[in-house]
Each structure stands twice: as structure tokens, then as C-alpha cells.
Ligand binder design. Sequence first.
Ligand code: AMP
Length: 177
Amino acid sequence: MPDMGRLLAEDLVRDVPDFPKPGILFKDITPVVQNHAALKEVVQLLAEWARPKQVDAVVGIEARGFIFGAPIALELGVGFVPLRKLGKLPYNRVAEEYALEYGTNTVEMHADSVQPGQNIIIIDDLLATGGTAAAAARLVERLGGRVAGFGFLIELEFLEGRKVLSPYDVHALIRYP
Ligand code: AMP
């Protein structure tokens, strides 16, 4: 990928302190997706990263992973698969639980959404601890899919989510040390 210098998207990510709780610096991507040029930049760069992988489908993580995942799937000429929070999907499901700082969370996919042998990329807006993305990978693999990589707009490097996702290919457009 050619060096494009600083991304427009990087200038538009908004820091919101103490959301959703005290001590969390929330990276708000809504100003990025409200801007056509920035939205296009993010979708095209992640699609460029994914294109050589010959993916069969794009899995997007609820909810902000949907915003980028579906247009990336369109760019790649493949379909989009939603990974959702517990209880949202209507049909036959597979579920994975993962640990949070306090308690656990569960994510689900439709059991027929990934076919054995398919090459899958997983998209979300932000990589923090990697717990959500790792659960997504376990679901894809339980359905017989192969995880070809994870694409994010933002990586919070200090949370070391990349370690949790090794040895997969992890690609983030903006990294905060
Ligand atoms: P994790 O499982 O810890 O990697 O958390 C990733 C999920 O939580 C993603 O879907 C992010 O959208 C969200 N998230 C975690 N931390 C932040 C943050 N500081 N700002 C915005 N979103 C976050």
C-alpha cells in the first residue's frame, strides 16, 4: 500500500472522555463516517488490504463494524455477515462467550452464515483488548471458516489486543500507542 501520509479519518476521530464510564477515553468515529471522503478512504484502504486475501465473506462486529464491513464487502464483491450481541439474531445460531473486565459478554452468528472452507475477514471500528474479535474468530472457525485477518480503523496499542489475536493478520489504519 503506498504511503498516503496522514489520513483524513485520523483528523476526524473525536475523543470523548469518560464515556461510557469514568476513566474511558471513547474514540468516536461518527465524524469519520459523516464525512464522505473519510468514509471512502477507510473503506478503500481496508478493502485494498483485504483484496489479495481472496475473501469469500466479510464478518462485521455489531454495531460499528457494520458501518465499515458492508461497504468493504461491496468493494470486494462478496457478501456481509453480521456478528451480533446475544439475542438479536432470529434464526439458528452459534454463540461464544468472552471475558470482560467485570463479567462476560456473548456474541452470536447465524449457523449458516459461513460455509466450511470459506476465507473470512473480520471488521470492527476499534481494537481494544481483542476479546470481541477473538470470539468472532472462534465462531467463524467453529463454522469451518478460515480467518484470513482482522481489519480495524483504530487500534489502541497499549491494550495489546494484537497479542490476543496472534498469529492472525491484524491490520489497523490508525494506531494509538
Ligand atoms: P475489545 O473486545 O476490548 O477489543 O473491545 C472492542 C469493542 O469495544 C469494539 O467493538 C469497540 O467499538 C469498543 N471499544 C472498546 N474500547 C473503546 C474505546 N476506547 N472507544 C471506542 N470504542 C471502544
